[in-house]
Design a protein around this ligand. Structure first.
Ligand code: NI
Length: 188
């Protein structure tokens, strides 16, 4: 496994429309492993393949990443440390995902993106969706989603069309976000 470089806006590769996966092979498994390692390292809760420069319709999501700031457990009496129990990981892979039946009802979440670091903004999206996707073996799955999972999947699926969450904002807000990003990058 390897941590890959995450592309950041306004990198033109983030505007590319990703291609469907047709080969469910070892190369795909390696890509997905690297994407999880990259996402957990960042840390983030979702990552699309194009964010590491691979224009394939592959997403990874884990709404419960390990908390790096969690308090360690205190020592017990015989001097050994209890190991902190990390938050249970729930890694999910979505290959060639589709959205069916988006609800008319919308919900608003404060979104962020590993490709638009340190910028957060409220985005409105359908509150409930039915998702269809393939797993690493090419098997098809379908599931109703709501809440953060529905929002996160829609955010990640936007990446497959070359769309960033800031593209949902007004031109004024988007330009402000991009200027702030440029400033942060110069300061770094
Ligand atoms: Ni994103």
């Amino acid at each position: 496994m390897a941590i890959r470089e995450i592309l950041e806006a306004p990198d033109p590769r983030l505007k590319v429309v990703s291609e469907p996966v047709t080969r469910f092979d070892d190369e795909l498994k390696t890509l997905v492993e690297d994407m999880f390692e990259t996402m957990y390292d960042a840390p983030g809760i979702g990552l699309a393949a194009i964010q590491v420069g691979v224009p394939l319709r592959v997403l990874v999501i884990d709404l419960q990443p390990e908390d790096p700031d969690a308090e360690p457990e205190p020592c017990n009496h015989d001097g050994h440390h209890h190991h902190h129990q990390p938050t249970k990981r729930e890694p999910r892979v979505f290959i060639n995902p589709e959205i069916l039946d988006p609800s008319d009802e919308h919900s608003v979440y404060q979104e962020g993106c590993l490709s638009v670091p340190e910028i957060y903004a409220e985005v409105e999206r359908p509150a409930r969706i039915r998702a269809r996707w393939q797993d690493l073996d090419g098997n098809t799955h379908e599931e109703e989603m709501d809440g953060l999972m529905a929002t996160c999947l829609q955010h990640e699926m936007d990446h497959l069309e070359g769309i960033l969450f800031i593209d949902h904002l007004s031109r004024l807000k988007r330009n402000m976000a991009l200027k702030k990003l440029e400033k942060l990058r110069k300061a770094a």
